[in-house]
Design a protein around this ligand. Structure first.
Ligand SMILES: Nc1ncnc2c1ncn2[C@@H]1O[C@H](COP(=O)(O)OP(=O)(O)O)[C@@H](O)[C@H]1O
Length: 291
C-alpha cells in the first residue's frame, strides 16, 4: 500500500479528492522494474511480446495525442480487443456536464472555452470511475485524455506502472477538420466523422487521405455535435495541447515508454498498422476487431 499511502499524505494537495485508489492503480508492481522497458532514456518501447490471447494481457496503456487525432476511436477498438476498459476523461467530464450535479456549470464554462479542467477535479472524476470499475472486477485500462499535464503524469506515475504510452499523430491542419467533422448519434452513442480529407503531399510532406466515417441511415437524423467542437474552441484546444500536454510526451519519452505512431490515413489504413506496431497483429481476434 506504499503508493496509496504516499498519495494520501496530508501534504499532498490531492488528498481530499482521492478517497480511493483501486488495486490496479495502487501497489504491487510499482517497485519491480519491468524488463519489457529498458531504462535508458530515449529508447523506443517494445510493445508487449506476442502471446496466445490478447485478452490475457491486462494492459495499462495511455493514449496521448492532440484533439481529433483518434484517441477515442483507436482506444475503444483496442479496449474491445484486449478486454480492458477504455477510460476517456473527456467522456467523464461530458457525463458530469450532462448531469445537474454541482460541478456541471463550472465545467461547462471551462470546457466551452477549450481550457483544461483543474487537475483536482479530473483526478476526482477518474478516481470515482476507477473505483466503480474495480467494484465490477475490471482490471487493466486504456486511458484516453489522461494525463494531460506533467502534474497529472507525475501523480499517475506515483500510483501505478504504465506499460506503454501510444502517441498518435496527425498534421495540425487535419486535426481541425477532424474535430469539426465529429458527430455522435444521440440514440446509440455511435461516433462518426463527416470530414473527407484528401491532402496532396507537397514540399516533402506526405499526402493524407481519410475517408469520412458516415452514420447508418437510422442514425443520420439523430446526430449531435459537441459544444466544444467549434472552430474557435478547437483552435484553443490545439493551442492548450501544445502548451500543456506536449511536455507529457517528453515525460514518457525520457522514461522509454513512448511509442510514436503517425497515422497513415483513416481507420482502414491505420488500424492494421497500429496492431502491427503493438505486436497485436498475430491473433485471429484482430480480424473481427478490424471489421
Ligand atoms: N486530463 C484532463 N485534464 C484536464 N481537463 C481534461 C482532461 N481530460 C478532459 N478534460 C476536459 O474535457 C475536455 C474534452 O476532453 P476530450 O474529449 O479528451 O477532448 P479532445 O477532443 O480535446 O481530446 C477538454 O477540453 C478538457 O476541458
Amino acid at each position: 500500500m506504499a503508493a496509496l499511502t504516499r498519495l494520501l499524505k496530508p501534504s499532498h494537495s490531492f488528498s481530499s479528492h482521492i478517497s480511493y485508489i483501486p488495486r490496479s492503480l495502487s501497489t504491487a508492481s510499482i517497485e519491480e522494474a519491468d524488463p519489457r522497458f529498458p531504462s535508458s532514456p530515449f529508447s523506443t518501447p517494445n510493445p508487449l511480446p506476442p502471446r496466445s490471447d490478447p485478452k490475457d494481457r491486462n494492459v495499462q496503456w495511455v493514449f496521448l495525442g492532440s484533439p481529433g487525432v483518434g484517441k477515442g476511436t483507436y482506444g475503444s477498438r483496442l479496449s474491445n480487443l484486449l478486454g480492458v476498459p477504455h477510460i476517456a476523461t473527456g467522456d467523464l467530464v461530458r457525463h458530469e456536464l450532462s448531469s445537474s450535479g454541482p460541478l456541471s456549470l463550472q465545467l461547462a464554462e471551462i470546457v466551452n472555452q477549450g481550457k483544461l479542467v483543474s487537475d483536482e477535479i479530473i483526478i476526482s472524476l477518474l478516481s470515482k470511475r476507477l473505483e466503480a470499475g474495480e467494484a465490477k472486477g475490471e482490471s487493466g485500462f486504456i486511458l484516453d485524455g489522461f494525463p494531460r499535464t506533467i502534474r497529472q503524469a507525475e501523480i499517475l506515475e506515483g500510483v501505478t506502472e504504465i506499460d506503454l504510452v501510444v502517441n498518435l499523430k496527425l498534421p495540425e491542419y487535419v486535426l481541425l477538420e477532424k474535430c469539426l467533422g465529429r458527430r455522435t448519434c444521440s440514440q446509440c452513442g455511435g461516433n462518426f466523422n463527416v470530414a473527407s480529407i484528401n491532402i496532396k503531399g507537397e514540399n516533402g510532406n506526405p499526402g493524407i487521405i481519410m475517408a469520412p466515417l458516415l452514420p447508418p441511415p437510422h442514425c443520420a437524423s439523430k446526430l449531435t455535435i459537441r459544444s466544444d467542437d467549434t472552430e474557435a474552441v478547437v483552435k484553443e484546444r490545439l493551442h492548450v495541447y501544445n502548451e500543456m500536454s506536449q511536455p507529457v510526451e517528453e515525460f514518457y519519452r525520457s522514461r522509454g515508454k513512448l511509442l510514436e505512431f503517425d497515422l497513415p490515413g483513416g481507420i482502414p489504413e491505420s488500424w492494421p498498422k497500429l496492431l502491427q506496431a503493438l505486436n497485436l497483429d498475430d491473433h485471429e481476434d484482430t480480424q473481427s476487431a478490424a471489421a
